[in-house]
Design a protein around this ligand. Structure first.
Ligand SMILES: [Zn+2]
Length: 262
């Protein structure tokens, strides 16, 4: 039997959230705020002006499917070559910022550096970037961690972001439907093809959770979209279980600077 099946995901999420809240409370009292980009002292829990100016927010025009920015506006409904050549299983993806140096530091501080207080900031930016997707969506589905990684890291960053987006948008979080049944190797350093193989069969919708999925419009929530392999594997699992549509909302996505955008 898969050990993950013995732990109910929503209970884990609640535990992670309460842990998160108590940690954040402790940090606010104990430490002066540091900029997560450069570790300079700042007056609030955000970025310093220098790092803020380097953060690359994604704004229109962008590919309506992949959300990657266009160099110029090709007109309504025109999708990128990438979306035509290699269409993802999900319908639309949106990201708040490009995954560059500052964005990476923000994500790492949030995920590994005890900067859990960054969640509300990142989540609000995601809510703004995903307004088209959130309009009419039935539920947010955080990309799950394998239980072993959740244990090691103490909280699921995607679930934490989903809670912020839910509070800001009114779209509920569905914690139960998606389960990571394979402890995949880290995607870092793998090629695009290796990433796709790595996450193959890694996600599953339990029969008991199908009611949360069937016929519903879902938005997958994750911190970073790199090759899109993880989002694609999650979307496939949800669509196989009968989801009407799956969109993807992330904080940061890799934008290939060398690629001709249209
Ligand atoms: Zn800074």
């Amino acid at each position: 039997m898969d050990p993950a099946a013995t732990v109910e995901p929503s209970r884990l999420a609640r535990f992670a959230n309460s842990l998160r809240a108590s940690l954040r409370l402790g940090l606010d009292v104990a430490l002066p705020p540091l900029c997560p980009g450069c570790r300079d002292l700042v007056t609030d829990n955000g970025l310093c002006p220098a790092c803020w100016s380097k953060l690359a927010f994604i704004a229109p025009p962008y590919c309506p499917r992949l959300g990657i920015p266009f160099a110029y506006d090709p007109g309504p409904g025109i999708v990128s070559m990438q979306a035509i050549a290699d269409p993802p299983a999900y319908q639309r993806a949106r990201a708040a910022v490009r995954y560059d140096d500052v964005a990476r530091k923000l994500v790492q501080a949030f995920k590994y550096g005890d900067r859990l207080d960054l969640g509300p900031l990142l989540g609000r930016w995601m809510t703004r970037a995903g307004h088209e997707l959130l309009d009419g969506a039935d539920a947010l589905v955080p990309v799950p961690l394998h239980w072993r990684r959740l244990w090691a890291r103490r909280f699921n960053q995607s679930a934490a972001l989903a809670e912020v987006i839910s509070a800001a948008s009114g779209v509920a979080v569905a914690h139960a439907p998606l389960r990571r049944v394979k402890a995949t190797a880290q995607q870092v350093g793998l090629s695009r093809a290796e990433r796709a193989t790595n996450v193959q069969g890694a996600f599953r919708v339990d029969a008991a959770a199908k009611a949360e999925v069937t016929g519903r419009r879902l938005i997958l929530i994750d911190d970073v979209l790199t090759s899109g392999a993880t989002s694609d594997a999650c979307a496939r699992a949800l669509l196989r279980a009968g989801a009407a549509q799956v969109d993807v909302l992330v904080f940061a996505r890799v934008v290939d600077a060398a690629r001709t955008p249209i």
